[in-house]
Design a protein. Structure first.
Length: 423
C-alpha cells in the first residue's frame, strides 16, 4: 500500500518548491500545469499565491495551486464577484423575468451576507464586498481554464483518491486556521469524476455557471482537411475573412513578445478599457515582461501590421505539444482599417498553426461564446465548487449556487445544442 505524509501548505506559492519536484507531479505534457506557467499566474493574480502538496514514499504525489482573492482580483478569479454578477443571471435570454430574477438574486445574496445596507451607516457596499465582509476572502484553486488536483501520473487509483481527499481536507483545515474564509474550485471539469467525488464527500456545494470553448482538431490531419469538413457557410467564412485582411493592405505575422512588449501591452490595455476594465498599464507591462522571461519558449504573438509596420492588433497565446491556449487580444480600436484583424488573430492563425504542428486542441477560454461557436468551437461546461466552515452560510451559498445554476445550465445547454454540427 502506498503511504502518504501529511499535506504541506506553501503560503508563498511556488517560491520554495523546486521546479524539479513540481515536475514529478505535473509531468511534461501540459504547459498549463507546469511550474513556469503557474509561476506566471502568480504575477497575474494580485493576491498572495498558495500551493498545497502531499508526498508519499516515492516523492511528491499530488498538488494544487491557487491564490487568495483581494478586492482587485478579476471576475473569473474571484468567486464572490462571480456569484453576485448579473452576467450569471443570463437575464438577456428572459427579459420579461429580469426584474424578478434580480430581486431573487439580491435576496439570496443577503441570506449569506446580511442586509445590503449596514445598520446605522446608510452605506450599501457592492454585493461582492458584502460577501467578502461576511465570509472573508477566498482561496481560489484554478489554472488557465480548469480547477484540478494535479496528480503524479504513476499513482494507483486508490492512492490517488486517498491523496486527493487528504489534500482537499488540508485546504479546509487551512481555512479553519484562518488562511481565508473559503476554499473555491471555480472551474472543475464535470468529467473529473474523482475530484467531484472528493469534493462532494467533503461537503462542498456546486453549480454549473460557465463553460470554456474548445476546438477539437483530433480528426483533421491538416488545415485543408479541417476546412473540407465544414458546412459550406462556415468554410466560406474561414476563407473570406483572411482575404479581407489582405485586401485592406494589412499583413498577419508572428512577432516576439520581448521585441514588442510595449506595443502589445498598449493594445491589451486598449481592449480592456473598451470593455469596461480598469487596467494598470505599468503593472501589466511588468507582468508581460515576466511572462516573456518565464514562458518565452511557449509564447506566440500573432500580430496584424499596417503597411507602415505599425501593429494594430495582436493576440497573446501559448502552445505546447498537446494544446494551444488563447489568452488575450489587443487592438487599436481607433484604427478604421483594422478589417478582420480580430478573426484572423484569434481563430484562423491559431487553428492553422495548431494543425500545422500536430496540436489537437485549441482552448479559447471563457464566455464570449458567439464568435467561437460560429466558427465551430464546442462548449465544455465548468462547475464551481465551494466550501466555508460555517454550516448555515454554506447552506445559504448552496441555495445561491443552485439559483444561478438553474439559469446558467439550460442557457449553456441551449447554446451548445444550437451550434452542434450535424452528425
Amino acid at each position: 500500500m502506498t503511504s502518504v505524509t501529511s499535506a504541506r501548505l506553501h503560503d508563498d506559492g511556488l517560491a520554495r518548491i523546486p521546479p524539479a519536484d513540481w515536475r514529478i507531479v505535473a509531468g511534461d505534457d501540459r504547459l498549463d500545469l507546469a511550474h513556469p506557467y503557474l509561476a506566471f499566474r502568480e504575477h497575474v493574480e494580485p493576491g498572495r499565491p498558495v500551493a498545497l502538496t502531499l508526498a508519499d514514499q516515492h516523492g511528491p504525489a499530488v498538488a494544487v495551486h491557487g491564490a487568495l482573492t483581494t478586492p482587485s482580483t478579476a471576475l473569473f478569479s474571484h468567486p464572490w464577484k462571480m456569484l453576485t454578477s448579473p452576467q450569471f443571471l443570463r437575464a438577456d435570454e428572459r427579459p420579461a423575468e429580469a426584474a424578478a430574477l434580480r430581486a431573487e438574486h439580491t435576496a439570496l445574496i443577503e441570506a449569506v451576507a446580511g442586509p445590503a445596507t449596514a445598520p446605522g451607516s446608510g452605506e450599501t457596499p457592492a454585493p461582492h464586498l458584502a460577501l467578502s465582509r461576511a465570509l472573508g476572502e477566498a482561496l481560489v484553486i484554478r489554472g488557465f481554464d480548469s480547477s484540478e488536483v494535479i496528480r503524479r501520473p504513476d499513482l494507483p487509483p486508490a492512492a490517488r483518491l486517498r491523496a486527493s481527499t487528504d489534500l482537499i481536507a488540508a485546504a479546509q483545515d487551512a481555512i479553519r486556521d484562518g488562511l481565508a474564509g473559503a476554499v473555491v474550485l471555480p472551474f472543475v471539469d464535470p468529467g473529473d469524476q474523482e475530484l467531484r467525488q472528493v469534493l462532494g464527500a467533503r461537503g462542498f456545494q456546486q453549480a454549473e455557471l460557465t463553460a470554456i470553448s474548445l476546438f477539437d482538431l483530433s480528426r483533421h490531419p491538416s488545415y485543408d482537411a479541417f476546412l473540407a469538413s465544414m458546412p459550406r457557410d462556415r468554410r466560406y467564412r474561414f476563407r473570406s475573412e483572411p482575404r479581407a485582411l489582405e485586401t485592406a493592405g494589412l499583413r498577419l505575422e508572428t512577432v516576439r513578445l520581448d521585441d514588442t512588449v510595449e506595443r502589445v501591452t498598449e493594445l491589451e490595455v486598449a481592449t480592456a478599457r473598451k470593455y469596461g476594465g480598469t487596467p494598470r498599464p505599468d503593472a501589466l507591462l511588468a507582468t508581460r515582461r515576466a511572462m516573456a522571461g518565464l514562458l518565452g519558449h511557449a509564447i506566440r504573438v500573432p500580430a496584424v501590421r499596417r503597411p507602415d509596420g505599425t501593429i494594430i492588433a495582436c493576440g497573446l497565446h501559448l502552445a505546447d505539444g498537446q494544446a494551444y491556449y488563447a489568452l488575450v487580444y489587443g487592438c487599436d480600436y481607433g484604427d478604421p482599417e483594422r478589417s478582420t484583424s480580430y478573426q484572423c488573430v484569434n481563430f484562423y492563425d491559431p487553428l492553422r498553426y495548431a494543425l500545422d504542428n500536430g496540436i489537437r486542441r485549441v482552448r479559447m477560454g471563457f464566455e464570449a461564446f458567439a464568435p467561437k461557436l460560429l466558427r465551430g468551437a464546442r462548449l465544455v461546461p465548468r462547475e464551481t465548487w465551494l466550501w466555508v466552515p460555517d454550516r448555515r452560510r454554506l447552506e445559504a451559498l448552496g441555495r445561491l449556487l443552485r439559483f444561478l445554476g438553474e439559469r446558467c445550465g439550460p442557457y449553456l445547454a441551449a447554446l451548445a445544442s444550437h451550434h452542434r454540427p450535424p452528425a
